[in-house]
Design a protein around this ligand. Structure first.
Ligand code: B12
Length: 212
């Protein structure tokens, strides 16, 4: 079995005690940190998503696998995010109110940081008011990124944009949105400035928005 397959199994089983050793073993074999992240850690989460959708596994299994994935990703972060990148600009990111999915958001944040953006990560289940407060408190914030993974919580993005408009802050920032249920028509409908489907294209989008 390859080292990546070993790591896949460890994440799938939520075996957080062994995840760091398995990540290290991949790195020792010369596998690039980004490949360890995508193929070793994210891929098993995607596969578990299919099993979850089919009713073959349930929330607890997803939760423990997610924890193992996050532990491995935390170990890779210093290898992916360079500290001495020139600043491309400041962004604030969150998963919207009511939503506890943060794996995708964390990946986008990690790649933005590696591309030279400074990112304030507010976390998950973040209210529109908290986003408004973060923008009010820091004039250097140029981009807001919002993630939603549930069809029920994606409308919290719209509420957040409305709250920013009411606070007179909408024109000061560019707003990008993403997450599995989010699509371009929805992004346009709620008045976002951009949308993308994955972390690398999210970086391209942020660079485009900051240049506008
Ligand atoms: C892991 C997971 C969980 C974990 C989350 C752990 C965590 N800390 O994140 C836990 C167990 C907590 C969970 C809970 C629930 N979940 Co869940 N979960 C998933 C699962 C399997 C994977 C999500 C994931 O991490 N994918 C991997 C990452 C890398 O991909 P991603 O999130 O899509 O992110 C990428 C892009 O979307 C994009 N992106 C993401 N954010 C942003 C932001 C910006 C600005 C941009 C530009 C791009 C961008 O870039 C990312 C990187 O490439 C999905 C299935 C799926 N196929 O998505 C279900 C899924 C999202 N969950 C679902 C459900 C139903 C639930 C629960 C309601 C289950 C329950 N009965 O309790 C709860 C809800 C809890 C809540 N209030 O949020 C459904 C949603 C259905 C729907 N239509 O709304 C899904 C689709 C599963 C399914 N098929 O039924 N879940």
């Amino acid at each position: 079995m390859s080292k990546i397959t070993d790591l896949n199994k460890i994440v799938e089983n939520g075996d957080f005690e062994n995840v760091e050793a398995a990540v290290q073993s991949c790195l020792d074999d010369g596998i690039e940190p980004m490949d360890v992240l995508n193929e070793g850690l994210v891929e098993p989460i995607n596969q578990l998503g299919e099993k979850f959708a089919n009713g073959d596994i349930f929330v607890p299994e997803l939760l423990i696998a997610s924890r193992a994935m996050k532990q491995g990703a935390a170990m890779l972060k210093p290898l992916i995010v360079s500290e001495d990148n020139p600043s491309m600009g400041k962004a604030v990111f969150c998963t919207v109110e009511g939503d506890m999915h943060d794996i995708g958001k964390n990946l986008v944040v990690m790649l933005l940081e590696s591309a030279g953006f400074e990112v304030e990560d507010l976390g998950m289940d973040i209210s529109p008011e908290a986003v408004v407060e973060a923008v009010q408190n820091d004039e250097s914030i140029k981009i807001i990124g919002m993630s939603a993974m549930l069809t029920t919580t994606m409308y919290a993005m719209q509420e957040t944009i409305e709250a920013l408009t009411e606070a007179g802050l909408r024109d000061r920032v560019k707003i990008m949105v993403g997450g599995a249920p989010v699509h371009e028509d929805f992004a346009n409908m709620i008045g976002a400035d951009g949308f993308s489907t994955n972390a690398p294209t999210a970086v391209d989008l942020a660079e485009k928005l900051i240049a506008q």
